[in-house]
Design a protein around this ligand. Structure first.
Ligand code: NAI
Length: 660
């Protein structure tokens, strides 16, 4: 018997097992909203009345099991009593549904393939068993913390009961994705099997009812009140080293509710609900929700070319195997593309392969098959045989106009007619490079950020009235293929990110010149929420590069250069790479500087630094470097790590008014 609802189908198989197949109407992925919860409630009541052997929840979507609660529901929630009531009622609905599943008298199982995130994993956790396939596309997580809240459908309690606090808390505190094997190993799931065995394993589990997963005995010891105090203290310390409570209250709230109630007490459910209802209206949560939608906007932009199936890149050719080219090539190889990497220097090619191998090992840990696949994808190509075969050609040789022009003259003749021809230049205007090309409209900028493995943003650079818009679309689509967030920007000195960062860095140098210690300057920026202070950033980028870009921006867009930077570079103090800059560096690590006393106004330091960054953002918007304020905010957050809890510079500018 089959009963079809709007968002799910319920049926019973030959073994008298009930199947609940979720397929939310009008959405590419299953997202949980009140309607789905209501239908699941009704369907489960119906199933319960039939007294089946068991119930399996699975998904009808190719994208995965459940992507989580509908984030749109969190948007615009204020701290008014009525908004709190609204938030609480949704949370309670989810909690009741999960309780209903847990209370069913027959075995229940979540059969997971693809994404199983947030509220989706909470629903899975309320089942007796969780079974997944073993593909790397299957990912499990409780990522609520990234939205400024924590799990609210009972997930804080059930994850700890199932795995123990030492396994469950880090998952909730970081929100990181777990691959199927990792999830099985830490006791989150029961079985991880090849896709072809997924269904039969689910059925056999229901029929044989093996013992249910429970936290190890030691974990139960940690649930006693004195132990909870100790463990919570330790966790708070770890969290504090990464996030300040005033900026990110959610991890602290999560630790607090566990410390107060412990997962063995049912009171933790209500504490969880109240806590999420409070957190969701904070500025932090509202800004992080904004960041979530900004990220989706970038992804949607980049999917345009993909949807039309216009472009499926298979082969990338990179010219220049230095810091950037080498890492761009390794990154693309890791994304499953065939990559030829060209450099005129064989030693450079050797270094690319060596660095790529360590990158693959770090990224894929013990997955030998994936490491080998990535290694096989990366092919050193001294003579550039790959140019004529590649779908995307990326030039990343040193920053010199004539050398780049010579490359593109040659590339244009050899490349396939359909290939994307791109440069990774960070400061040369595209139209100058394209001057030597027969078809200058073919040249597009693909500006990656250093380190390529860590930075999610990719600036897709175009010259208005020159670059072919169709090629820009394809380049954006390429960004999506290699799992970067492509941001369309106009070719202009420094593009968007360097243009905005440089005044912030240079203001740091000016303050230092005025006698403020480097540690005080950097701390002021970090206290605002920047991932790194301007002087540590200058040392990391290299003072020579800062000077070079600073000069270009001084000559073109009026940035002011501090007078001391020239001298630092002249004397060989280049930052991290030379061992000495504003800090001393040993083996790429900053030597802890002596604490310096300084009696000045720290708020003024912070204000001066951030004002520069915000003012340059405003100018970029006025000059149409990006299309609108939201794209600017998205770019700066994903390109610089700008305090995500502030929602981006343009948003911060609106909020800050005169308070900076
Ligand atoms: P690099 O100096 O580390 O590497 C350049 C490589 O190109 C060297 O291995 C060199 O042997 C090779 N090369 C030079 N001429 C060549 C030719 N004609 N044919 C083949 N290979 C050739 O440079 P890096 O830092 O990797 O920068 C490369 C490009 O990326 C530059 O345009 C730079 O502006 C841009 N960029 C650099 C960033 C950084 O943080 N280093 C960040 C973003 C972009």
């Amino acid at each position: 018997m089959t009963h079809t609802y709007q968002h799910l189908t319920q049926s019973t198989d030959d073994n008298n097992i009930a199947w609940l197949i979720l397929d939310v109407k009008g959405e590419a992925a299953n997202v949980i909203g009140p309607e789905l919860i209501e239908e699941m409630n009704t369907a489960i009541s119906e199933i319960s009345a039939q007294n089946p052997k068991g119930m399996i929840i699975s998904s009808g979507k190719a994208s995965g099991f459940i992507a989580g609660a509908d984030v749109k529901k969190f948007e615009g929630i204020t701290n008014s009593a009525s908004d709190r009531e609204l938030a609480l009622s949704f949370i309670h609905m989810g909690q009741k549904l999960c309780q209903k599943i847990e209370d069913l008298p027959f075995p229940t199982l979540a059969m997971v393939k693809g994404f199983c995130m947030g509220g989706g994993l909470e629903i899975a956790l309320s089942c007796d068993y969780i079974v997944t396939d073993d593909a790397p596309s299957t990912k499990l997580s409780l990522p609520e913390i990234q939205l400024g809240i924590h799990p609210g459908f009972g997930g804080t309690v059930r994850s700890i009961r199932r795995m123990g606090v030492l396994q469950a808390m880090p998952i909730m505190l970081t929100g990181r994705n777990l691959l199927p094997r990792q999830a099985k190993k830490i006791g989150l799931t029961d079985y991880c099997v090849p896709l072809r065995q997924l269904k039969s394993t689910a059925v056999q589990t229901i029929l044989h009812k093996p013992a249910k997963k429970q936290a190890p005995k030691l974990a139960k010891l940690l649930e006693t009140s004195p132990m909870r105090k100790l463990v919570a203290m330790q966790m708070r310390k770890q969290v504090a080293s990464k996030a300040k409570q005033e900026h990110y209250p959610a991890p602290y709230a999560l630790i607090n509710i566990w410390e107060m109630h412990g997962s063995q007490s049912n009171e933790m459910y209500e504490a969880e609900a109240q806590s999420v209802a409070t957190l969701v209206s904070t500025d932090t949560a509202q800004n992080l929700v904004r960041v979530f939608f900004l990220q989706n906007r970038l992804k949607a932009l980049s999917n345009k070319g993909r949807d039309k199936k216009l472009f499926t890149p298979k082969h990338v050719h990179v010219i220049g195997g230095g810091v950037m080219g080498g890492d761009i090539a390794a990154w693309c190889a890791m994304q499953g593309l065939r990559v030829t990497i060209q450099d005129m220097n064989t030693e450079a090619l050797g270094r690319v392969v060596g660095r790529a191998n360590s990158g693959f090992k770090r990224r894929f840990r013990k997955d030998k098959v994936r490491i080998m696949q990535a290694q096989d994808n990366l092919i050193p190509d001294l003579h550039g045989h790959g140019i004529g075969k590649a779908d995307v050609i990326i030039e990343a040789i040193f920053e010199n106009l004539e050398a780049k022009q010579a490359i593109f003259k040659d590339v244009e003749q050899k490349a396939k007619k359909t290939a994307i021809i791109a440069t990774n230049t960070s400061s040369i205007p595209l139209h100058e490079i394209a001057e030597v090309m027969k078809n200058p409209e073919r040249l597009v900028g693909l500006h990656f950020f250093n380190p390529v493995f860590k930075m999610p943003l990719l600036e897709v650079v175009q010259t208005p009235d020159q670059t072919d818009p169709e090629i820009v679309k394809l380049a954006q689509s390429f960004g999506a293929h290699i799992n970067k967030l492509p941001l369309p920007v106009r070719s202009s000195p420094g593009f968007l990110i360097n243009r905005i960062l440089m005044p912030y860095i240079l203001e740091g140098v000016t303050l230092h010149q005025e006698g403020v210690p480097a540690t005080i300057i950097d701390k002021a920026a970090v206290d605002y929420g920047m991932p790194m202070g301007p002087l540590e950033l200058a040392d990391t980028v290299g003072l020579d590069i800062c000077l070079h870009v600073g000069k270009i921006l001084a000559n073109t867009v009026g940035v002011t250069l501090p007078t001391t930077l020239d001298k630092e570079v002249e004397q060989g103090r280049l930052g991290k790479k030379s061992g000495q800059g504003f800090y001393t560096w040993k083996k790429d690590k900053k030597v802890k500087p002596d604490k310096k006393q300084w009696a000045g106004d720290r708020h003024n330091i912070q204000s001066r630094l951030i004002k520069k960054l915000l003012a340059e953002s405003k100018k970029c918007l006025e000059e149409n470097i990006v299309e609108d304020a939201d794209l600017l905010d998205a770019g700066v957050i994903f390109g610089t790590g700008f305090a995500p809890f502030r929602g981006g510079p343009m948003h911060a500018l609106l909020e800050a008014k005169d308070s900076l």
